[in-house]
Design a protein around this ligand. Structure first.
Ligand code: CA
Length: 227
């Protein structure tokens, strides 16, 4: 999943980035409400973790603005103290949940999981393409009924591709969604993951689903791939 963290305290921000990346998420970071609002509008995130007290534009204002502009991404608001007023203001501005600082990382993760689960439930629960199935809730992947074990990153890559089936996905697009905005499209990381993934989901099965389109990117399809 792709998460935007908007937090001006470097220490807290780095701690969240590190932990969320370890969980297999792609994480972008903004240090103020202006940059955060901009990123939230131009990129598609699965979740936004938004600090309330921010320079330039506070979390409440930023949240209200992105909601006004039609961004429906779930927002987890971080508040500095357990003030009822702050919580109510946050929820009124369109936040979906809040967490009081300081928090344990486990608690943050539990909230993140709950919000992402809610989001995937509101989407189609099980993703399928031919006989390949992916369940975003249990993170289970099967092909022709056989369980397939994937690493966190392979899973994230497959989930992104299954949410965009039969579409040519460029390396830049994959890099941005599965890694993060600082991803270097020149690196061969994607090729490496694609080949691992292909070995797991296509080897021993028919038809092949994961195709490379030279110079264009990759496509996950059960139909003949375009030239
Ligand atoms: Ca702050």
């Amino acid at each position: 999943m792709k998460i935007l963290v908007v937090e001006d305290e470097t220490r807290v921000s780095q701690f969240m980035q590190k932990g969320l990346r370890e969980e297999g998420h792609a994480v972008d970071v903004a240090a103020d409400g202006e940059e955060g609002g901009f990123l939230a509008e131009v990129n598609e995130y699965d979740l936004i973790i938004l600090d309330l007290m921010l320079p330039k534009k506070n979390g409440i204002v930023m949240c209200r603005e992105i909601r006004d502009r039609g961004v429906e991404t779930p927002v987890l608001m971080l508040t500095a103290r357990d003030s009822v007023e702050d919580r109510v203001r946050g929820l009124d501005a369109g936040a979906d949940d809040y967490l009081v600082k300081p928090f344990a990382f486990e608690e943050l993760l539990a909230r993140v999981r709950a919000l992402l689960r809610r989001r995937s439930e509101s989407r189609s629960p099980i993703l399928t393409l031919a006989d390949l199935e992916l369940d975003p809730m249990s993170r289970m992947v099967t092909r022709a009924g056989k369980g397939i074990r994937l690493t966190t990153k392979e899973y994230a890559l497959l989930e992104y591709m299954m949410r965009n089936p039969r579409k040519v996905l460029s390396r830049t697009l994959i890099g941005e969604h599965v890694w993060d905005m600082n991803f270097d499209p020149e690196s061969n990381v994607i090729d490496v993951y694609i080949s691992h993934l292909r070995a797991k989901i296509d080897k021993g099965f028919e038809p092949p689903l994961l195709h490379t389109l030279r110079g264009q990117g990759y496509i996950l399809t059960d139909q003949a791939p375009p030239d």
